[in-house]
Ligand binder design. Structure first.
Ligand SMILES: [Zn+2]
Length: 236
């Protein structure tokens, strides 16, 4: 899983990396998947917002689209899997929210907005964990064409299941809300999803390699064409 972290200038980089390590250890223990983190600094002191239907303040669509477009210009569709917009609480103007996950919205990434609590690392970690869990059902659907909900229901022996509500938001009897006070990390869902997640991330990586391979071929052919044109010019 390749995650590009856009790290608020106000957040201590070493503390953020330590948190990524902690997450990666938990994730790899449960899924066998290694986490790759790419970290870039960003100034999030000014982010335009718009209230959503419930009155929460979210970054505007234009802001998110511009941000993703810039990432896409460098990483193309499949060069990373997630983008995390990690915003320090002093800059966290998104009233009513701890974080948001948008999966496959403008491009083929999951964009995760996460709040960084300066005096509560448990809150910070759990928000990060919560938002990183959200896109897994969409990822599996988009990359493998599999609706994971009936398979989860079957695995845990219930009649129906909704991944986001039942697991991430803990509305089923099986799980508790990720991040609720006193929350204990639970790897059962990651363990069940592991083979699907492994395949989905592999598919994405292969698409990226194919994409890069095609680009290299185009560059090679263009170079050859320029060479031939130069020959033709020289002959005149
Ligand atoms: Zn949520």
């Amino acid at each position: 899983m390749r995650t590009l972290i856009l790290l608020d200038l106000k957040i201590d980089k070493d503390e953020a990396l330590a948190m990524c390590d902690e997450y990666a250890e938990f994730y790899e223990n449960n899924t066998g998947i290694k986490c790759v983190w790419l970290v870039e600094r960003r100034d999030f002191s000014v982010v335009p917002t718009l209230p959503d239907a419930t009155g929460d303040l979210r970054p505007t669509d234009k802001f998110r689209k511009d941000l993703e477009t810039e990432v896409h210009s460098r990483y193309r569709d499949y060069g990373v899997d997630n983008i995390v917009m990690w915003v320090h609480e002093d800059n966290f103007v998104f009233k009513g929210l701890w974080g948001v996950a948008w999966a496959y919205n403008f491009f083929k990434y999951s964009l995760l907005l996460c709040r960084w609590d300066k005096d509560n690392s448990t809150n910070t970690f759990n928000t990060f964990f919560h938002e990183l869990e959200h896109p897994s059902d969409t990822l599996i659907k988009k990359e493998l064409g599999i609706d994971i909900n009936p398979l989860i229901a079957n695995h845990f022996g219930v009649s129906t299941f909704n991944y986001d509500r039942g697991y991430v938001h803990g509305e089923s009897d099986l799980f508790t809300y990720i991040g609720r006070r006193g929350y204990k990390r639970d790897g059962r869902m990651q363990q069940f999803l592991a083979p699907y997640l492994t395949r989905a991330y592999k598919v994405r990586k292969e698409k990226h390699e194919k994409d890069i391979g095609l680009m290299k071929q185009v560059v090679f052919l263009l170079t050859k064409l320029v060479g031939l044109l130069q020959l033709a010019v020289n002959k005149k």
